[in-house]
Design a protein around this ligand. Structure first.
Ligand code: GAR
Length: 213
């Protein structure tokens, strides 16, 4: 079967992009990355795209509408069917979000709807949460809202700082994003209002307490 053609938008390090590249290297993986777009020329993720032989572009247009138009044109040129935001740190034009509705996904380093926006790991620590994690969701105009596809949970440790918690979450992001993209590419996601029904999936059997009893 033809693979789903995904475009990935990044702003920086690109470790989630790398996880997607590595997943897509498996011939059995149902999606391929056809284009990487960065809004910052110095993004390390561009190097990762280059090393993987994936077409990549910098679109550093400061005007939000012009950025959206150029990005949309590039995605269409490469016949992208899905947009994956992977550490993309710029607000997107509402028209663009609407045009890609149900065809654009994002990863965020918290258990949404808790801690949307900037510095979610700091927000989790400041709130005293004993678990945090990451979320892959469909993109809607309001920041970090949108139907949730998949989440991974990590414990918060008493001696965590923002950096340690972020690293623990990031390791799970690298598992979660390839899983979510695969489910999308396999046509297993059905959006029902705020909820996403995942065909043929089962929840884990465990529940966790923190502190452990
Ligand atoms: C990741 O933790 C991602 O979840 C987060 O930025 C980091 C990017 O890392 N995204 C957001 O906060 C979006 N609101 P990466 O460039 O190494 O993938």
């Amino acid at each position: 079967m033809a693979k789903l053609r995904a475009g990935v938008l990044i702003s920086g390090r690109g470790s989630n992009l790398q996880a997607l590249i590595e997943a897509a290297a498996d011939p059995a993986y149902p999606a391929e990355i056809v284009l990487v777009i960065s809004n910052r020329a110095e993004a390390q993720g561009l190097q990762r795209a280059a090393e993987a032989g994936i077409p990549h572009e910098v679109i550093a247009e400061p005007d939000r509408t012009a950025f959206a138009a150029a990005t949309d044109a590039a995605l269409r040129r490469h016949r992208a069917e899905l947009v994956a935001l992977a550490g993309f740190m710029r607000l997107l034009d509402t028209g663009f979000v609407k045009a890609w509705r149900d065809r654009m996904i994002n990863i965020h380093p918290s258990l949404l709807p808790s801690f949307p926006g900037l510095h979610p790991q700091h927000q989790a620590l400041a709130a005293g949460a004993r678990f945090s994690g990451c979320t892959v969701h469909f993109v809607r105009p309001a920041t970090d809202s949108g139907p949730i596809i998949a989440q991974a949970v990590v414990p918060v440790h008493d001696d965590d700082d923002e950096e340690r918690l972020a690293a623990r979450i990031l390791a799970q992001e690298h598992r979660l994003y390839p899983l979510a993209l695969r489910l999308y590419a396999e046509g297993r996601l059905r959006i029902d209002g705020k909820r996403v029904i995942v065909a043929g999936s089962k929840p884990p059997e465990i529940a966790a307490l923190n502190p452990a009893p």
